[in-house]
Design a protein. Sequence first.
Length: 117
Amino acid sequence: MTQSHPAKRDFFRLRGNTIELFGRTLRLPANRLARMAMGIAFVFGGVFSFLPVLGIWMLPLGLLILSVDLRFVRRWRRRADVKWGRRRKAKAVLLPSADPLTKSRFAWVRLPSFGRR
């Protein structure tokens, strides 16, 4: 990547039948029923997170897999993604940059001055 474009920091990205999760690529089956069975199995395994191998990590991964095929799960995922992105942008605006000479990535956000100059 060039210096002018900052690295994209997405937690996950859906591309067809693949999921890129934290830099790892997970290929999903092409068959819709197999994908849905896999997603339901992950959600079911996440419910039993008190067992040694199964964990709470399986629940969001199963919902992510189900969001490929089910509309209502996809809507939940998109709403959560928008809320998470807004929260990250708000935190990035409030944090001071390490180098005062460089421009902030979020220079388009104008914070109120409350009468101070």
